[in-house]
Ligand binder design. Sequence first.
Ligand code: KPL
Length: 321
Amino acid sequence: MKFTIVGAGAIGSLFACILQSQHHQVHCWTRSRRAQIQREFHDRHGQLQTFTFTNRKTELIAQSDAVIVCVKAFQTAAAVADIAPYLDAQTPLILCHNGIGTHSAVMQQRPEQPLLFASTSQAALKQGETLYHTGVGPTFIGWLSHASHSSASHNHAPNNLASPNHASHTDATDEPSVISTLRDALNDAHFEPDILPKLWEKLAINCAINPLTALHNISNGQLAAPLYQETLKALCDEVSLVATAEGYPMAAEALLTRVKAVIQATAANHSSMHQDIHHQRRTEIDYISGYLVQRAYIHHIEVPANHTLWQAITQREQSYV
Ligand code: KPL
């Protein structure tokens, strides 16, 4: 298949290398104006392979069978606007980032576009042109909603952070052909007609791990220390309440167990928010803890643990942005 990958950060580069290694045609669309980009890819078995991708060819967007947008949540709407003039209206557009809340702006721009979301637990570290595949985990891909459904009932949240609904033009159980390609390529990828519970599960993990590791300048594994257990429990209790109010019931204990499993499985890693704060970059906090707080507000649910972390990370960002 022919893919365009928008954004060649860690996850975008990982998808690009994996797909090209499986003989798919991969074209990248990055902010860099270079005609080609290169990655020295260290796979999970320590093998090194060099990949070269054509960059920013408008005709290759038009010819793509699928476009995967792997930029940060706050860059997603602008990235879609950038490629929109060249995008065929039938091409599946797959968003992939941490957090929830970009769909409204994208759907407003592209109301007819088949729109999906990929929530991945794959992990990668990019240092310059070198890419390390640092963790494996499942990827869940499913339909996102369309504007005709999303705005009326839920659009009280500022910044287009309304809760998504399902696609109006497509039967949600329809599995696009790109999914079977991604399933083969990514090894542990699954089609989820109802992607929202998966996004909330990942949101819980990110609400728990990302801000705490960033604030305390620690690896994911260091969150297993007794010092953090009370806060992790409070964060999971709050996410469980809000997810349930949103219509995605989640037991708080199950979420906490899942968070602890991810802390163990990714013990040596530094979370994406830790890396963003470390490099004084903007974080995805508004789409993680911020999104949780916005939805909690709609449902009149108190979320003090998440609110505190949202504010703390926002203040940290403002100290350098
Ligand atoms: O998704 C992640 C991130 O760093 O953004 C986790 C799961 C916390 C792994 O580090």
